[in-house]
Design a protein around this ligand. Structure first.
Ligand code: Y12
Ligand code: CO
Length: 174
């Protein structure tokens, strides 16, 4: 399966992703194809909508203390629902769909989610630290929400200006 990352301001990122009902070969092929895209672009999280598949599916591979991302640490999270959220934390976020832009975003510090794995088994996950932050970032994608939507009006205006300039630069260097 050939996938590429959809970049802001592409309207497809604003779609609301639909529940996964079939835990079949198509889903497995999609998850398998998302993994190398995420790793090869230095990502730690990717939602299916970011590769133009509006399904409630996301993957996460948080680096360990040595900065390694072994595949056995990969989370494949389907149809997630937050059942508990607590605390507040701020972290500088980035997104593969909004290249070259990073900004401090406020999130819950601890979350508990229910979700399904690639075979449809129901699971519960208690998350904190970067895992909790990245899950919230990726779950926002399922609703068509991007981290830049959480910026103040002034910061967002500045971002739009900077981003347009960066896009022009990237186009002319291609
Ligand atoms: C905080 C909250 C959520 C996350 C997970 C999702 N974001 C990413 O995985 C971002 C990755 C990223 C990788 C980049 O590197 C390349 O594209 C090669 C990157 O650099 C550029 O755009 C030039 C930006 C973001 C993470 C943290
Ligand atoms: Co993102």
């Amino acid at each position: 399966m050939k996938l590429s990352i959809v970049e802001y301001p592409d309207k497809r990122l604003r779609q609301k992703s639909v529940e996964v009902k079939d835990f079949d070969e198509n889903l497995h092929n999609l998850l398998d194809a998302m993994y190398p895209i995420m790793i090869n672009t230095n990502g730690i999280g990717l939602a299916a909508i970011q590769v133009a598949h509006p399904l409630r599916a996301l993957i996460l591979n948080i680096p360990d203390e040595d900065g390694e991302q072994p595949r056995e640490n990969l989370f494949e999270i389907i149809n997630p629902v937050v059942v508990k959220a607590d605390g507040e934390t701020v972290y500088q976020e980035g997104c593969l769909s909004v290249p070259q832009f990073y900004e401090d975003i406020k999130r819950h510090e601890f979350i508990t989610i229910n979700y399904q794995d690639r075979d449809g088994n129901t699971k519960t996950l208690d998350a904190d630290g970067l895992l909790a932050i990245a899950i919230q970032h990726e779950m926002d994608h399922l609703e068509g929400i991007l981290f830049i939507d959480k910026l103040s009006y002034a910061r967002r205006k500045k971002f739009e200006k900077e981003y347009k300039r960066l896009q022009k630069e990237r186009k002319s260097s291609k």
